[in-house]
Design a binder for this molecule. Structure first.
Ligand code: M6R
Length: 591
């Protein structure tokens, strides 16, 4: 959560940091701030609101600077106020820092610093970093040494950028929170994520925990994990992502753009090296106990996979929410295989789950979109989704990519790789039809009907149950309408009490379970419910029908698409920004 960016070099740092902040806004948008150096003085501008709003009020471009850092906040410690917005400074306003993460021992550090006379302004954990650096600027110690001594005392997760009024340098450190360096001929970038500087360079350096970097402007790398400053080499790598993919183009929102991209992204997800898939399949066969872990939509993809693995490959897998994984850790051995699924590869709970596995010698395979992410680097093997940057806070294209990849794994596991691939290739036509203007217009009519509803229920059986869960999550996140999912058979065990005249219920139907789920739909209808069918064929029980061709084990990929569109349209019609829903952030790097 929170996005940070810094630039130092010959170009206008104010402009670059402002652009970077816009690209990082998906990581948090409670407040935004900026700091640079002008004539040996810090220039600080910060306030509550989104980047464009704050820039319109404060003009981040007032000065042409050669060095600047910026921050977009998702509040954890301290309310959403101007004072709590980053950057934070020391007592004398000579040092400015931006921070992503949580400093676990900030209370203890703050107490100590206050007793030494430091004056705190904000209610954040982050402010201690600026004062701690200031405290260490004693006995002729350099800014770099002071940062090193300060960083050594921090506990928790952090990516921090620090600048000083009279230094032409950005000092960066990373532990537990993402941070990547960008290298260009005119200067260096440092940011939470690559899209922040993708317009300027595709040359990146991925950092390891405890890497401390001095950008002046060329980056010089140290690692301080052992309590000393050890000079290290970090290779420059090229990213395949295209800057164009990180732009909205003609689309009003990233969410719609990313929904439309699924025609291609599902195909890209399954264009994998067969040998790597077979290697992973070998690990699955050898394992005594396979765990699939993820959060949010990635968890729903894992749940979907558990049905496909059972059905296609007759393989039992345990699916655990990453945040609940500590309850199962005692089952882990060196024979366990953990398959971690994550778009960002930076989700805290997922990283904690695999680290627990590594401690017990378990093998880690990951399915990730962001190359170079912590999860990729900490896994024994990874499959990349190749979906390109997903900017909207809601997962859409990466959710279907995850399912496509997991399906292909299940088919490969049952020695039916070619069949799996063929089935997934066939989806191109179906997704093309589902994202066409015709289908979108039809779904818009449905959105107009549901606009003022307070509750929407989603039901499915078998493979359609996790789809119902994902549908409910999409509707909640985008439109703030309360939505809840149930296994079709469960509704009558309690929740049917909530169905009254006009209550919408989205019913996911497949050939396999049509009879049973339609009978659940009739139960809803008889109590006045408004039944929306996502189904290959129409039924008289449906009040509204969205045709989705039957795709068997690939139904979860295609059946969610109309609901992604519905969620998008509900958000827009209700006047919300679907790319940045309230209280959310794209990558959840805190517990
Ligand atoms: O980056 P990850 O896939 O690990 O993220 C997991 C969840 O935070 C994510 O899926 C979240 O639930 C999205 N907001 C869903 O749209």
């Amino acid at each position: 959560m929170c996005g940070i960016i810094g630039y130092i070099g010959r170009r206008n740092a104010s402009q670059i940091v402002l652009e970077g902040l816009k690209h990082l806004e998906y990581r948090g948008y409670d407040s935004v701030g900026f700091a640079g150096v002008l004539n040996s003085k810090l220039v600080i501008k910060k306030d509550v609101g989104k980047v464009d709003e704050v820039h319109a009020r404060l003009n981040f471009l007032e000065y042409n600077l050669k060095l600047a850092i910026g921050h977009t906040r998702w509040a954890t410690h301290g309310r959403v106020t101007r004072t709590n917005a980053h950057p934070h400074t020391d007592c004398n306003k000579r040092i400015a820092i931006v921070h992503n993460g949580i400093i676990d021992n900030y209370e203890e550090l703050k107490k100590e610093l206050i007793s030494k006379g430091h004056k705190f302004r904000s209610g954040t954990d982050s402010e201690v970093v600026a004062h701690l650096i200031e405290e260490n600027l004693v006995d002729g110690k350099s800014f770099e040494e002071a940062c090193f001594n300060a960083f050594k005392r921090l506990e928790g997760a952090y990516a921090i950028l620090a600048i000083k009024n009279d230094e032409y340098e950005i000092v960066a450190i990373k532990k537990g929170s993402p941070l990547v360096i960008g290298v260009a001929d005119h200067g260096s970038f440092v940011a939470s994520d690559i899209p922040a500087f993708l317009n300027y360079t595709k040359k990146v350096v991925y950092l390891y925990d405890y890497d401390m970097v001095f950008l002046k402007p060329e980056p010089v790398f140290y690692n301080i994990g052992n309590g000393v400053m050890l000079k290290v080499e970090r290779p420059i790598q090229s990213v395949e992502w295209d800057a164009e993919k990180a732009r909205k183009g003609d689309f009003e929102h990233f969410m719609l753009k990313e929904i439309m991209e699924q025609v291609d992204t599902v195909q890209r997800a399954v264009a994998q090296d067969k040998r790597i898939l077979e290697k992973i399949v070998g690990e699955i066969r050898r394992a005594k106990g396979v765990f699939l872990v993820g959060c949010g939509s990635s968890y729903h993809a894992c749940l979907t996979a558990s049905y496909v693995f059972s059905k296609v490959a007759k393989e039992h897998v345990n699916v655990i929410l990453a945040s609940e994984f500590p309850n199962y850790e005692h089952f882990l051995t060196e024979k366990t295989l953990i398959i971690a699924v994550s778009q960002s590869g930076e989700t805290y709970d997922v990283l904690e789950a695999i680290r627990a596995g590594k401690k017990r010698g378990s093998k880690i395979i990951s399915i990730v979109n962001v190359m170079g992410s912590s999860l990729v680097r900490e896994s024994d093997a990874s499959l990349l989704m190749h979906a390109g940057p997903e900017i909207c806070v809601l997962s859409t294209k990466t959710y279907t990519s995850q399912i496509a990849l997991l399906n292909l794994l299940a088919y490969t596991l049952s020695d039916k790789y070619e069949e799996g691939k063929r089935r997934l290739k066939y989806l191109w036509n179906v997704i093309y039809y589902l994202t066409s203007a015709n289908t979108r217009n039809k779904i818009r009519k449905l959105a107009e009907k549901l606009l003022d509803k307070q509750h929407i229920f989603c039901i499915g059986r078998g493979l359609q149950y996790p789809t119902a869960m994902e549908a409910a999550l999409k509707i909640k996140e985008a439109s703030y309408i309360h939505a809840e999912a149930f296994a079709g058979g469960e509704l009558k065990h309690g929740t049917i009490a909530l169905i009254e005249e006009g209550t919408p219920c989205i019913v996911f139907v497949s050939e396999e379970n049509a009879k049973e789920i339609l009978s659940n739909a009739i139960e809803v209808k008889s109590r006045g419910g408004y039944v929306i069918g996502i189904s290959p064929v129409n039924s008289e029980v449906f009040d509204f029908w969205i045709k989705v061709p039957e795709c068997g084990t690939e139904n979860p990929i295609v059946q969610i698409i109309p609901i992604q569109i519905l969620a998008y349209q509900l958000a827009v019609l209700r006047g919300y920004d679907p790319d940045k829903p309230r209280n959310l952030a794209k990558s959840v790097t805190v517990k």
